[in-house]
Design a protein around this ligand. Sequence first.
Ligand SMILES: [Zn+2]
Ligand SMILES: [Zn+2]
Length: 382
Amino acid sequence: MPNIPRGQKDYYYILGVDENATVDEIKRAYRKLAMEHHPDRNPGNPDSEQKFKEIAEAYAVLSDPQKRNRYDHGGFSNLEDMFGFGFGGTDPFEIFRSVVEGFSGFPFGGGESYSTGKRVTRGNDLKASVELTLEEISEGVEKTLKVKRQDRCDECKGSGIPPDAEVKVCETCKGRGQVKKVSEFLLGHSIRIITCPDCGGRGKIPSDFCKKCRGSGRQKIEDEIKIKFPAGVKEGNYVVVDGKGDVGPQNGPPGVLIAFVKEKKHPHFVRREDNLLYQKSINFSQAALGTKVKVPTLNSDKELKIPPGTQTGDIFKFKNDGIPHVNSGGRGDLIVRVTVITPTKLTKEEKKLFENLKELQGDKVPEIEDDYLKKIRDFFGI
Ligand SMILES: [Zn+2]
Ligand SMILES: [Zn+2]
């Protein structure tokens, strides 16, 4: 059990693990905290951002047996030797990507890269929803989407500084774009790296800013983006388009555009998984004598043979006339449910015929097969 004062940063405390924690426990603790404090989940919250960096730093040290050993036996001063100041060479987003993203698959965007020393902010990810008809889903479709997004300012090529401006290196941060901030506490002090307040992270101070973008390096544009949706997608699925989110300020890399599928209601069909449900009404004589009726599919009409004695609730299946499976070959089915409609308005002649039939049948009701009762039970869920 190491018992040497570690100075200002207790990595075990930061991750909330005890000093005998296994690598797995450290990983789990990091993963939980990183998900919680990721800047994408806490936009505009500098405390979370700071915490996110701190836990990455703690993880980088404690997950590496060699670094952990040196840390345990000397604390922070040794790490300064190893890394330079604090993070040098440790990108919190890189750590997040390797530990968490591979694990959860959640499309996190962005943030900052510390590997260059300069502050580089990735642009925001954008979300859009695209309405698709079942016909489009059945075939797969390419859609053109109009998206308002931040693009590079064409006046200053994204730098925020006009080409003829004079540029001086920022003296406060010596061009690094970041400075150390030391806060005093009762039990010591903490050292944080923050964006240089004098140059806003640029590392340089220009004599003038771009008039068009007022130094942000970005301009709002309406972009037309083509997106391919494969056959078989469903509500809530999404396609990620690289580079079509907002660009970051001052030539920061762009985020992604996430286009969510919204399924448009179809006038005839209801989708259940990859099957299509269709309801077909027939009349008494068709049901009693049997007939052939037309049933629509997504691309043509099909003929359905109604056998004599068909009941309301009877189900007929057209194999492979449903929606294609998105991840494998094959398709769902078209399922047709028949309803026998009792006439509500009879012509004189029809009425006469029914009266004749009534006389013939009297009170006699045809026997119902067991599976018909089962169908009714299934339909009402009883
Ligand atoms: Zn500009
Ligand atoms: Zn500066």
